[in-house]
Design a protein around this ligand. Sequence first.
Ligand SMILES: NC(=O)c1ccc[n+]([C@@H]2O[C@H](COP(=O)([O-])OP(=O)(O)OC[C@H]3O[C@@H](n4cnc5c(N)ncnc54)[C@H](OP(=O)(O)O)[C@@H]3O)[C@@H](O)[C@H]2O)c1
Length: 338
Amino acid sequence: MRILILGGTRFLGRATARLAVEQGHEVTCVARGVSGVVPAGARLVAADRDDPRALVPLAAEGFDAVIDVTRQVSHARHALTALADHVGHWSFVSTVSVYADHTTPGQSAADAPVLAPAPPDVDGPIGPDHRWYGECKVSIEQLVRERMGADRSFVCRAGLIVGAEDPSDRFPYWVRRLSAGGEVLAPGRPTDRVQFIDVADLARWLLHAAATRLAGTYDGSGPALTRAELLAGVAAGLGVADPVLTWVDQEFLLSHDVREWSGERSLPLWVRLPEAGGLMDRDVRAALDAGLTVRPLPDTVRATVSWMSANPAAVRQGGLDPADEAAILGEWQAVRDR
Ligand SMILES: NC(=O)c1ccc[n+]([C@@H]2O[C@H](COP(=O)([O-])OP(=O)(O)OC[C@H]3O[C@@H](n4cnc5c(N)ncnc54)[C@H](OP(=O)(O)O)[C@@H]3O)[C@@H](O)[C@H]2O)c1
């Protein structure tokens, strides 16, 4: 296939471009070249999508498939205006942040309600909390379906993406923490649900979707597993036998200013329950039926470790620091022993 990736200089876009080259496709990426470089064998067309006409010269080339990762509504609009009539199939990487209800577990893409589209004066996520992120993705989903038609558009609502070149501090925290050994603070209950997708599996599915002209809207995530399974899988990938896990109650963590999800003083991938019980517990059977395959967790861990070891400076440090973790574990022990 002749594939056009709008992105391709970092994480998912780059992984998709790399795999597409490996599969023998002719790969063109469009980016400014600010975030990184495209993989060997892919062509970079350097362009700034803030310019409404930046993609117009590519129309004459014609592509079998486009894969777009944008968060900016205007970038999607410009791309569709320039290219929709010159490509066979359009995949848009959206997000599970489009959903309106993050509380109810077991929802599926087929019928879960989504947010309203972004207001006309909002073009992309704003500020450190990425306000309007989900709404902008909803707007772009609509544009893609309108311009490409239902039978030529694939909307992939990605869940948490993990694996090699992960620019976040989320999954890498657990890899780092379990490899450090000692008593590990495990948040919440062993049965709490966690859900994510390996970047390489998502890349493979995007290319499968393009090749088979998959149409429709799907969640792009692996099946949920328990937090105990997550930590066991990370340990297995690291070759750590019998990690020492101390499960600490959610309310205790919250009362000690331990934060959710990511960032400073957080326990990454941990979210408050039941409020966020639907965020990482979605029903993804439709995606699995439509060709998404999911590798064993230890393989994801090994890919992450090998990237972290080769690129230490690129790994974002975040999460609970060891001294804070030890202090909280000490206090928890004291409460339990009382
Ligand atoms: N990470 C997660 O856990 C997660 C979860 C759910 C959904 N998602 C979605 O998954 C996608 C991930 O995409 P990604 O990993 O490839 O990273 P990304 O950060 O979305 O990459 C953005 C790409 O667009 C390019 N770009 C940005 N501004 C541009 C401009 N003005 N003109 C031209 N190109 C521009 C960037 O390259 P340059 O900077 O070099 O121009 C880069 O290649 C995103 O859509 C995200 O919303 C992610």
